[in-house]
Design a protein around this ligand. Sequence first.
Ligand SMILES: CN1c2c(nc(N)[nH]c2=O)NC[C@@H]1CNc1ccc(C(=O)N[C@@H](CCC(=O)N[C@@H](CCC(=O)N[C@@H](CCC(=O)O)C(=O)O)C(=O)O)C(=O)O)cc1
Ligand code: HCS
Ligand code: ZN
Length: 802
Amino acid sequence: MNTIPSPSGAPRPATLPTTVLGYPRIGPDREMKKALEAYWGGGDPAALSAALSSQRERTLQHLQGLGLRGDGAVPADGAAIDQVLDAAVLLGVVPARFRAAGLRPVDPDSHDGLALVSALARGTEELAPLELTKWFDTNYHYYVPELEPGARFAPQGEAVARRYRAFADASADLPRLTLLGPVSFLLLAKVTTGALEGGAAHGRTDPRSRLDLLPDLCQAYATLLQQLRAAGASWVQLEEPALASDGWDVPREPIIAGTAAAYRQLAAVSDRPNLFVPVSYGAAGAEVLEALGGSGVEAVGIDLERGEVPTAAELAPLRGITLAAGVVGGRNIWRTDATHAVRQLDELRERHRGPITVSTATSLQHVPHDVARERALDPEIACWLAFADQKITEVLSLASHLHGGSPELESWCREDADRRARRAQHPRVHVAAVRDRLAAVHAGDRRRGPSAVRREAQQAALQLPPLPTTTIGSFPQTAQIRRLRAAHRRGELGQEGYVDGIREQIAQCVAHQEQLGLDVLVHGEAERNDMVQYFAELLEGFVTTTHGWVQSYGSRCLRPPVLFGDVHRPQAMTVEWTRFAASLTSRPVKGMLTGPVTILAWSFVRDDQPLSETSDQIALALRDEVDDLQRSGTQIIQVDEPALRELLPLREADRPEYLRWSVDSFRLATGSAGAETQIHTHLCYSEFETVIEAIDALDADVTTVEASRSGFEVVSALARHGFSRGIGPGVWDIHSPRVPSVDELTERLRLAVSVLGAATVWSNPDCGLKTRGWPETTASLENLVRATAAVRAEIAAPAVPV
Ligand SMILES: CN1c2c(nc(N)[nH]c2=O)NC[C@@H]1CNc1ccc(C(=O)N[C@@H](CCC(=O)N[C@@H](CCC(=O)N[C@@H](CCC(=O)O)C(=O)O)C(=O)O)C(=O)O)cc1
Ligand SMILES: N[C@@H](CCS)C(=O)O
Ligand SMILES: [Zn+2]
């Protein structure tokens, strides 16, 4: 073991072995998802603890088995649910509303800690949970820590040491604990002035002040580092993804200065492990390299999937420091371009004065475990893909080239080049008819008539009351629905039985909405395993997986489809279900489609052509569906684009071009809708202030948007922008089982009406209800209908005459 402290307090030698930044935590068969949900369903905390320990142990041993060897090589992620939430609890950042309810900072791995982590993630009857928001340019969502004025950090030093010893006991070499770094922790958190009664924290202070917390925060990290060293750790990873992106509400200069000071402070800690600071999810840039290089940390990681190889001058500040070259991507599932990666490593070898190690660009938490399990995949397509285990093999092959040359390297590069050539010529990758159709698209295909004319035509056709009530599309995906789908998939239930079963679900859902008195109904999406996978299974150009689960947030997982070829629609995808629902009611039923950008964002997308082209191919397929829905009598069609904000490039300079093509694609998908067809869109999972102009440019007639988790901030932002289209700011957060009261909903609707005007506001939840159970769904919707009636009465007879 590596125990002799150097003068600075770090152990020597300090070369980081070949590694990856992280590995999926959910388990190859979603073991952690099942354990978490069993606990949340009333199960024993001891069972969750045991599942967590065995998952950690299995992962550690699996990674060693794949060949990650040497002290510090294997990343050890202790988070039960999420790395940001885990860091918050380890640092003792627990909002006052939880502390007041007796939920104080505690060892996150203890039974009390698991209860605390669960309460922060899910909320309780009385307490709103932490906000969820997307993690950089991925479909992963983290829990947003809340920094309250006067709050103190309470580092859980003994807990982190216990966690480390448990990892080390299960492993031949010393593992490397992974933690979110202090600068990213502060930037990803929100600074609040206090908490709404029963609601999420709201009201921001000057965001710049958050950097003032860095010295105290680093003191808390110092405690964790010392405890880790005392527990035997030779390396610790402090990941700093926030340093690779722009767009923070804090200027760049103090971020860089803060980074330099923070890492100088941490490097000066006596008796600490070696520090590895990967800057992931984008290029680090010269200033960041300089700040870290001069600080005294032992290793820095760079993302070479997105970033260019830095110049010798940019690398000069890292002289003598281990550089972990992230040449293998962590966000996609295509095999690494071997020739390109070898070239990048050779360039680094020429330019960097210090040890180089091979790594991934980001954690592998965003990709599934193992493509070898995908027996149902076309083997020709499967061989183009690398999931987490295959990526580790790629990292190791590249490392053997770096450390003295690998005899197999040449044949590896040749085979890779052959595979790439075969892929380029594959008949499902390039389909002439799709390309010809796209080439013939003209500007008029992306334009509908004037919105005022459409508004009148739609109101005449639909005759909706003020503040029309609706939902976002999905209703509870019950165990019964999932069983139905699983039985059909396994061949135990024939097509006819399946269709009957789903129709029964749709009928119940429609009847329920009628009883509740909603104005615009939906069919409930019972037939959809997921809003993207469902379409991917029906569109040509995609393959879907059997075991390719990836954590999305909390215990929720997805199997992102692989978009490998030109996209087209062999047949209608939603018309029959929508028509069936409509036949059961006299109220309007919204058709429900997922938009092109969201299908792109939540799939693993081909890397051989611009995203804009792929997006337009999907848009044309959806345009056909819009046409068919319209022809079958559907008067309202919702095209969900929750991921519009998600694909927004991290670098500001790249944003206008993205917004141009993403808006254009949506307009291509919806451009064939007649004036009397009302097009809705829905956005969630992000803060939208930066893209309000783009939302307007989508030219949808009605937009429903997540609003309640962020204290309705989006409502004032929309008003400031002069947004005059139909708008449904979600009046309660569906991510928690908490039922909103009539008063709370009334207050939010009143606020929306006062800020945006009664003529345009819709009344709806934040997002789809698929993750909820029926009891809280019914109770919440009953309250929504009551609150809407109350506000309608106020509009009809204003207390103060106007
Ligand atoms: C809106 N969101 C979405 C994102 N990305 C998407 N692609 N889709 C989204 O909806 N990104 C941002 C957010 C993230 N939100 C969510 C919300 C909900 C889930 C979720 O509920 N996931 C489910 C899995 C969904 C699914 O694929 N279900 C399948 C398979 C179900 C299953 O596990 N079946 C069992 C057998 C069941 C039985 O026999 O009873 C099995 O196969 O073993 C289906 O329903 O058919 C989840 O369970 O986590 C994710 C992200
Ligand atoms: N129509 C989808 C949108 C989720 S973002 C749903 O209701 O689940
Ligand atoms: Zn949504």
